[in-house]
Write a protein that binds this ligand. Structure first.
Ligand code: IFM
Length: 452
């Protein structure tokens, strides 16, 4: 029998979800329209024409879902709040029913001894604010702070772990530059402005959350990559540096007090005529607010090759013998180890938490009624081994959250990609534990993963 790689006793073993991806009830109990409601209702945006209108119907099934988490033995659960349940129009009158929903959820978690990790923004901006320009407008950052304050006032006595934003790179660049995500805009100058205002709203919110949530730990979650050049050539190394700037340094540097990276500001200006010109006095100090932890969403590495025509973003390749998930993402657990060490040595966050890690694979319910998702199980296992090695080497990693608790609405891919450790039958809304869930339950019970 294989020995166990033991994690610290205090380690937070978790699972994560996000409001739009699981809740459904898109227009119930006073909820307003978000940019994802608008986007998914627009023909041609979601590949299987599905929407988040119902999703996993978690808004109605939250109580059973909490029981499922308890069955899994979760120590922590990361979920996000839908801004439009709290302020249907983004600002103004508070919708009490929305606050009540999350209040019940938090109490339900605590009564099951599960620590809530609340993400305040996981991409579902109120459409009313987008109608006024959305994140490229500084005013949206001000509205966000009032929203964050309202939630912290209500839940801050019980919620002690807060994540201001999930993956601002995705919100800014996929939403405003590449147009793949809501609100579907293709304009690099807007993306840069959005990126600045997302970070500014983070920095402004940190002290306000602490004010209403005594002793709280506050952080931000970034989607980060280990970027490696495809060859030792100078051109590939340059490309890797650029890609690292685009995904990683554009967010890490300002959050850790280093201003925006000059090479990237020059790159955006040369390639796209986009300037970061909305930065006002004091903004950089605000963005560098002292945080308690850095949230890391890690899925894959990026192999950079200089194959870009002028005007293109750096392209990436992967090696021939790589394994890929259903998202087309290379499975590369050693890059998680490298990334965690890099973050520790280059930026020295007080704590690092893996706020998402997981994989989409095709799942089928077998004749025995079970879902034998061996590849997902192996993916999670190998990444936990990498996390363990990082801790052994001194990285202050204090928790990990599998993405995701259950299959859900995967943005433009609709319900075609399954990331859950629980399988969701969208016809019946039945949840079934996959083998990965049963395995993860044992990991949590053991406080560690098998060494082999
Ligand atoms: O589903 C998403 C999640 O919303 C943010 N991080 C990546 C996941 C998988 O694509």
């Amino acid at each position: 029998m294989s020995s166990i790689l033991q994690f610290p006793d205090s380690f937070h073993w978790g699972a994560a979800t996000a409001s739009y991806q699981i809740e459904g009830a898109w227009n119930e109990d006073g909820k307003g329209e978000s940019i994802w409601d608008r986007f998914s209702h627009t023909p041609g945006k979601i590949i299987d024409h599905s929407t988040g209108d119902v999703a996993c119907d978690h808004y109605h099934r939250w109580c059973q879902d909490l029981d499922m988490m308890q069955e899994l033995g979760l120590k922590a659960y990361r979920f996000s709040i839908a801004w439009t349940r709290i302020f249907p129009d983004g600002r103004g009158q508070v919708n009490q029913a929305g606050l009540d929903f999350y209040d019940r959820l938090v109490d339900g978690l605590l009564s099951r001894n599960i620590t809530p990790y609340v993400t305040l923004y996981h991409w579902d901006l109120p459409q009313a604010l987008q109608n006024e320009g959305g994140w490229p407008q500084r005013r949206t950052a001000e509205d966000y702070v009032r929203y964050a304050e309202t939630v912290a006032r209500r839940l801050g006595d019980r919620v002690k772990h807060w994540i201001t934003h999930n993956e601002p790179w995705v919100a800014a660049f996929m939403g405003y530059a590449l147009g793949i995500h809501a609100p579907g805009i293709q304009d690099f100058p807007q993306a840069l402005a959005a990126s600045h205002h997302l970070l500014l709203s983070h920095g402004w919110a940190v002290p306000i959350i602490r004010q209403h949530s005594a002793g709280a730990q506050v952080g931000i979650t970034l989607n980060l990559h280990d970027v490696v050049p495809a060859s030792p050539s100078h051109a590939d190394a340059k490309m890797a540096r650029q890609l690292d700037g685009y995904f990683n340094r554009m967010f890490l540097d300002p959050v850790f007090g280093r201003h925006y990276p000059a090479d990237m500001l020059a790159f955006f200006e040369q390639q796209y005529g986009a300037r970061m010109d909305g930065v006002q006095e004091g903004d950089l100090q605000a963005i560098a607010a002292d945080i308690d932890f850095l949230g890391v969403n890690y899925y894959t590495r990026q192999v950079a090759r200089d194959a870009s025509a002028p005007g293109n973003l750096p392209r990436t390749i992967s090696t021939d013998d790589s394994e890929f998930t259903e998202m087309g993402w290379e499975v590369h657990p050693h890059s998680l180890y490298r990334l965690l060490n890099r973050l520790h040595f280059d930026y020295q966050p007080r704590q690092i938490i893996i706020t998402e890690n997981g994989a989409a694979f095709v799942d089928t319910v077998s004749a025995d009624g079970r879902i034998h998702d061996q590849r997902r199980l192996a993916y999670i296992h190998e990444h936990l081994k990498a996390a363990h090695a990082a801790i052994q080497g001194g990285v202050p990693l204090t928790g990990t959250f599998v993405w995701s608790l259950m299959d859900n609405f995967e943005w433009t891919y609709g319900i075609t990609k399954r990331f859950g450790v629980y399988y969701v039958d969208y016809e019946t809304q039945q949840r079934l534990p996959k083998d990965s869930a049963l395995w993860y339950r044992q990991v949590i019970a053991d406080g560690g993963v098998p060494a082999a």
